[in-house]
Design a protein around this ligand. Structure first.
Ligand code: MSP
Length: 535
């Protein structure tokens, strides 16, 4: 089968991760944004014929989870089990996210290896015991620097991200010698300009590191909901050290060397901009300290904003993805956030914008094109795709437009993580094909019953159907359910095989749909929207 080819060639697996999410609450649009982006990226690479591994999961230790569980009168493990099974896993299934694994930091496959990793660092003299006092934000699970704080009107120090008071913690902890890694990290950023994306995120990290790094407290002794420090079990390992290691433990670190070598390091860690420093500074330093290879890219996405503020459950602005999918469908949901917001930048969500784009781009441009072409092949050729001639300039322009769309979408989505640019390139092609039909007026050509007239009609409809074949493949990573419907309506499976096995590289090859394919009207791709629910 095609999927085993890259393995046989001994190629490294294209490995993409999402952040592992805190399970203190149910997921909202902000969490789903990153996970859907990763799903589109990995589906794209699968269609390139690469071997891919897509990892997501949950971050279950630390004070934040402990406090939430206590507030609900259950053990932290009970709380995590409930949230994972009732909210997190079902959402990814609902959103058609094809993750290959789901790691929970309370799993033994993870905790055992976290202890080994930290023990190795201790044995290498990278960890020492010391004391620290400073402001700590439980929502971030992070000691804060003065620049990370804002002052409330009454003078209380607040976390700038969560706008909540910080605790002053004083502890005797174990410290990782992070301060020694500044020069090595800077050298790595310099030698690998694409390591941190976008440019603004890279600059922020470089400036931060240039100011000098402090050693990092990596244990806690005031509570016990965490992985015990192996040489001193009165301490638990700091939740962020525990969490970052999921990227290694999930792919066989310390357990399955062959698998680990074939998969690790990640090609792309997708992260929100608020957790950039953990991924671009602490994580690479941990890897350097233990002699492991560094990831290819840390790609920071912006925030979904509500009223100009980061959408969050704690601010009561968290919107459930299901509130939108029930109205717009899963595919439109997946498409919208990647289409409407430049990846890496903040973006505001509005129901009106989603409705407007759904109607104009999905229903009118894309959905109507598919239904018009199927209807005309049905009406004029009894539902059998006709034999076409090469046509003239107009047909050549469509073929050129397709080649351009494929190359541009592949570069933007597959390489640059520019999802909005890549999707726009595909939709430019959808518009071009619509324009082609408007100009060629097949409904008028149909009235010419001469052989020439009928041959011309056949060429126009073949050109449109063949374009739709390519569009179904290109949009499959973004809107898999819709693409499958279109694929079925074009009768493509019989001649070309499963949609998931179609290669991006072959998409622009013209003439793949054979004459005689059975074209059926199929399901409406984007039904007319009902009135929005009133509040
Ligand atoms: N558990 C840590 C991550 C550990 S990764 C080794 C964590 N979890 S989180 O649940 O608080 O956040 C997870 C991700 O969701 C972060 O990347 C964060 O940026 C993202 N988002 C949370 N709210 C968001 C928006 N409103 N918009 C976009 N993404 C946001 O941090």
């Amino acid at each position: 089968m095609a999927a085993t080819e890259p393995e046989a060639r001994g190629e490294k697996t294209y490995y993409v991760s999402t952040p592992i999410y805190y399970v203190n609450d149910a997921p909202h649009l902000g969490h789903a944004y990153t996970t859907v982006a990763g799903d589109v990226l990995t589906r794209w690479h699968r269609q390139r014929g690469e071997k891919v591994w897509y990892l997501t999961g949950t971050d279950e230790h630390g004070q934040k989870i402990l406090r939430t569980a206590e507030a609900h009168g259950v053990t932290p493990q009970e709380w995590c089990d409930k949230l994972v099974e009732e909210s997190w896993r079902p959402l990814w299934t609902h959103l058609d996210v094809a993750n290959d694994d789901f790691i929970r930091t309370t799993e033994k496959r993870h905790t055992d290896r976290v202890q080994e990793f930290v023990q190795d660092l201790y044995d290498k003299d990278e960890i020492y015991k010391g004391g620290y006092e400073g402001p700590y934000c439980v929502s971030c699970e992070e000691y804060k620097l003065p620049g990370d704080l804002i002052e409330a009107e009454d003078g209380t120090q607040l976390c700038a991200i969560h706008k909540k008071p910080v605790d002053i913690l004083q502890e005797e902890n174990y410290f990782f010698k992070l301060s020694e890694y500044g020069p090595k990290l800077l050298a790595h950023y310099e030698a690998n300009p694409g390591f941190i994306q976008p440019e603004s995120a890279r600059n922020e990290v470089v400036n931060f590191v240039k100011q000098g790094l402090q050693d990092l407290s990596i244990s806690r002794s005031t509570f016990d909901w965490g992985v015990p420090v192996p040489w001193d079990p009165k301490h638990v390992i700091y939740v962020w050290i525990d969490a970052l290691l999921n990227y290694a433990t999930a792919v066989g670190y310390g357990a399955d060397q062959t698998r680990f070598d074939a998969t690790f390091p990640a090609d792309v860690h997708l992260v929100g901009k608020d957790i950039l420093r953990f991924h671009a500074i602490i994580w690479p330093a941990m890897l350097m300290a233990n002699g492991l290879p560094l990831p290819g890219k840390i790609a920071a996405n912006g925030w979904l904003l509500v009223g100009g503020e980061k959408m969050s459950k704690s601010n009561l602005t968290g919107i459930k993805p299901q509130d939108l999918t029930t109205h717009f469908g899963v595919d439109a949901y997946r498409w919208y956030f990647l289409r409407a917001i430049a990846f890496g930048q903040d973006g505001s969500f509005s129901w009106e914008d989603l409705s407007a784009r759904y109607t104009s781009e999905l229903a009118n441009d894309y959905g109507n094109l598919a239904s018009r072409v199927a209807a005309m092949v049905g009406k004029y050729f009894g539902g059998k795709l006709p034999e076409a001639t090469a046509g003239g300039d107009a047909e050549q322009a469509v073929r050129d437009g397709l080649s351009k769309a494929v190359a541009e979408a592949d570069r933007r989505i597959g390489e640059e993580l520019d999802f909005s640019g890549g999707i726009a390139a595909i939709f430019d092609f959808v518009k071009q094909v619509n324009g082609y039909l408007t100009e060629q007026e097949p409904w008028k050509v149909a009235k010419d019953t001469s052989d020439e007239g009928q041959a011309r009609l056949a060429t126009i409809l073949y050109t449109a159907a063949e374009s739709l074949r390519a569009i179904a493949v290109l949009l499959n990573p973004v809107m898999p359910d819709t693409s499958q419907k279109l694929w079925d309506s074009l009768g493509a499976a019989e001649s070309l095989g499963a949609l998931a096995d179609q290669r991006i590289a072959d998409t622009a090859t013209w003439g793949r749909l054979p004459a005689g394919a059975t074209v059926t009207k199929g399901a409406v791709l984007f039904p007319r929207l009902e009135e929005p629910p009133t509040a």
